[in-house]
Design a protein around this ligand. Structure first.
Ligand SMILES: [Zn+2]
Ligand SMILES: [Zn+2]
Length: 179
């Protein structure tokens, strides 16, 4: 396994969050933010208001920049994020997970927690020199982010839909060549 469980979970959540910023936007309401919160098994208090929705939506460009940066640029952003949020690493054990790091109070707004958890996870990515785990979707015109945690680094598409669309397009192109 490339990364510890909590690091993987935070990276997957960050990429899924960035990828909600499509057309249509998949994070338009408090209901959708709550579903996102549940899907990714965040601990701490759930999102409360439209302010949380706005704050989490506003994080997306920042997280996209962070995970698509060079390693050295990512270091600067991680350090800024941790400083800005007064992050304080503490070992915690909860919900069946053995000792792992949290660096932000569970009562802080969700956007702050997502920011700090992503920054903490990126520490592992940077230290392991694994920024290449992130890429942009190989489907033409899709700007989705791909997180490839597979051993053989075979993941190229941000979603099954993009993979299928690409396969169909290649199939049609081959048929056109044959005829
Ligand atoms: Zn935890
Ligand atoms: Zn895609």
């Amino acid at each position: 396994m490339v990364f510890a469980h909590d690091t993987r979970a935070s990276l997957i959540a960050a990429v899924d969050l960035v990828n909600t910023a499509g057309d249509p936007d998949e994070l338009g309401s408090l209901e959708e933010l709550n579903a996102f919160f549940d899907d990714h098994e965040y601990s701490g208090s759930p999102p409360q208001s439209e302010d949380d929705v706005a704050a989490v939506r506003a994080l997306r460009p920042r997280l996209r920049e962070l995970i698509t940066s060079s390693r050295d640029q990512a270091v600067e952003q991680v350090n800024t994020m941790l400083r800005e949020a007064d992050a304080l690493p503490q070992l915690v054990r909860h919900s069946g997970w053995d000792w792992h790091l949290h660096a932000v109070d569970p009562d802080k707004p969700l956007a702050t927690r997502v920011l700090v958890e992503t920054a903490m996870a990126m520490i592992d990515v940077i230290r392991a020199d694994e920024m290449s785990r992130f890429s942009t979707c190989a489907d033409d015109g899709c700007t989705g982010i791909v997180l490839d945690l597979s051993r053989n680094r075979s993941k190229r598409f941000c979603s099954t839909a993009c993979g299928n669309r690409h396969a169909q397009a290649s199939f049609r192109a081959r048929q056109a060549e044959d005829s």
